[in-house]
Write a protein that binds this ligand. Structure first.
Ligand code: PLP
Length: 391
C-alpha cells in the first residue's frame, strides 16, 4: 500500500507500475523496466519526455522568477506570447492563458456567452471537453455527467460528423458549437472531410460561434500544427493545452479580436495563467516543435504506424483510424486486458471509450520504435485470440 492508495482521492484507474524516469519516447519504472510510451501522459509529452530544450528553459527560469501574477508584465510571458503568436490559429488575434484543458474550455464557454449574449451550446455525441462543471456540460458520456446534474442549461448534442443535424438544433439562444476536429477520448474519430467546413458555413449563416477544442489534437499531434488545418476552416475560438508546455501545465484559449474584446477586465482571470515557469517551458516547446521537424515526423511515422497496425490482420480488429500520431485501434471487445498485455510487453497504450486502443506517442517516435509498437500490439491481439479459443 502506498499513500497514493490510502491518501490520494481514488479517482484514477491505476496501472500496476510506478514510473520514475523518462527520456524521449521511453519511460522507466521503479524496477528499471523500460517502456515505449504511447500514452505520453494522455498526450502531454508530445516532444518526448524531458526534452532537453524544455528542461534547460525551466531550470534557467526556476532560478530567476518562479511566479508572476498576470497583473504584472513579465519577460518570460512576453517571449512565450511571441511564440504563441507565431502558431496562432488563423483568424485568432488574442489569447487567454490558463493551466489545464478544462480551464481553456471554461474560458471559451464564458467568451461565447459574453460575446453573443446567448446561453445555449451544441456539442457532439462522444465529445470530451473536460470535467469541470462547464466543460462537463459539453462532455457526452453520461457516466461522467449524471452524478453531477444539474449542469449548464441549454446544451444539445448532435451526432459527430453530421453537420446538418447541428443546423436543425441551432435556435435563437445558441451561442456556440463546440467540436474536436478529431475526437480523442470518444474513440479517435476522424470526421468526414467536409464536416468542419459545413459547420463553419452553418455557424456563419446562423450567427453562431465555432469553437474548436484542440486540447488533444493540437500542437502537431496530427501532422499539422492544428488538426483543423487538415480541413481548411478557421475557428472563432480555439482551446489548446496538454502538449503546449512540453510537460508543464499550460493552456491557451485563442479567440478573434472582437470576441476576446467582449470580456472586460476582472470578468475572467486566474492566479497561475501566464506564470513564468510554464511560459518558459512553452517557449522552448514551440521552438522544439518547429525547429526539429517534429510535425513532419508525426505525419511520416504516423503513416508507418497506422499501416503496421492495419496489417495485424485479425478478425478481432474492427478498424485502425487516426491522423498523424493520434491513432485508434478499434477492437471487437473491451480493451483493458490488451492495455495490460501491452504494458507487460513494454509498450504503454491508452483506452478511448470501451473498445478503442488509443496511441498518442511522442512525435520523436522513430520508425524502429513504431515497428516494436506494432509487434507488441500484434502479440497482445494474438494472445487474446488464443485465450478466446481456449475459453
Ligand atoms: C479534447 C479535450 N478537451 C479538454 C480536455 C480536458 O483537459 P484537462 O484534463 O487538462 O482538463 C481533454 C483531456 O483529455 C481533451 O482531450
Amino acid at each position: 500500500m502506498t499513500f497514493e492508495d490510502t491518501f490520494l482521492a481514488d479517482t484514477f484507474w491505476k496501472r500496476p507500475i510506478t514510473l520514475v524516469r523518462g527520456r524521449g519516447s521511453r519511460v522507466w519504472d521503479s524496477n528499471g523496466k523500460e517502456y515505449i510510451d504511447c500514452s505520453c501522459g494522455y498526450g502531454v509529452a508530445l516532444l518526448g519526455h524531458c526534452h532537453p530544450k524544455v528542461v534547460e528553459a525551466i531550470s534557467r527560469q526556476a532560478s530567476r522568477l518562479l511566479t508572476c501574477h498576470g497583473s504584472f508584465y513579465n519577460d518570460a510571458r512576453e517571449e512565450c506570447l511571441s511564440r504563441l503568436h507565431k502558431i496562432r490559429p488563423e483568424g485568432t488575434e488574442r489569447v487567454f492563458l490558463s493551466s489545464t484543458g478544462a480551464e481553456a474550455v471554461e474560458a471559451a464557454i464564458k467568451l461565447s456567452r459574453r460575446f453573443t449574449k446567448k446561453k445555449g451550446f451544441i456539442a457532439a455525441v462522444n465529445a470530451y471537453h473536460g470535467k469541470t462543471m462547464g466543460a462537463l456540460s459539453l462532455t457526452w458520456a453520461s457516466k461522467y455527467r449524471e452524478p453531477f446534474m444539474p449542469l449548464l442549461d441549454g446544451v444539445k448534442f448532435a451526432p459527430y460528423g453530421k453537420a446538418e443535424k447541428v443546423r436543425s438544433l441551432i435556435d435563437q439562444d445558441t451561442a456556440a458549437v463546440f467540436v474536436e476536429p478529431v475526437q480523442g477520448e470518444g474513440g479517435i474519430n476522424v470526421p468526414p472531410q467536409e464536416y468542419l467546413r459545413e459547420l463553419r458555413e452553418i455557424c456563419d449563416e446562423k450567427g453562431v460561434l465555432l469553437v474548436l477544442d484542440e486540447v488533444q489534437s493540437g500542437f502537431g499531434r496530427t501532422g499539422k500544427i492544428w488538426a483543423h488545418q487538415h480541413f481548411g476552416v478557421k475557428p472563432d475560438i480555439l482551446c489548446s493545452s496538454k502538449a503546449l508546455g512540453g510537460g508543464v501545465p499550460i493552456a491557451a484559449t485563442f479567440a478573434r479580436e472582437d470576441i476576446m474584446g467582449s470580456i472586460k477586465r476582472g470578468e475572467h482571470s486566474n492566479t497561475f495563467g501566464g506564470n513564468p515557469l510554464a511560459c518558459a517551458a512553452c517557449t522552448a516547446a514551440v521552438d522544439a516543435l518547429i525547429g526539429e521537424g517534429l510535425v513532419e515526423n508525426a505525419r511520416e511515422v504516423g503513416e508507418e504506424l497506422k499501416r503496421g497496425l492495419s496489417s495485424i490482420g485479425s478478425s478481432l480488429v474492427r478498424e485502425v483510424r487516426g491522423l498523424g500520431l493520434m491513432i485508434g485501434v478499434d477492437m471487437r471487445f473491451e480493451t483493458m486486458g490488451m492495455i495490460l498485455r501491452c504494458l507487460e510487453g513494454g509498450v504503454i497504450v491508452l483506452e478511448a471509450g470501451k473498445t478503442v486502443l488509443r496511441l498518442l506517442p511522442p512525435l520523436v517516435l522513430s520508425k524502429e520504435d513504431a515497428k516494436t509498437v506494432v509487434e507488441t500490439v500484434s502479440n497482445a491481439v494474438l494472445e487474446e485470440e488464443k485465450r478466446r479459443k481456449g475459453a
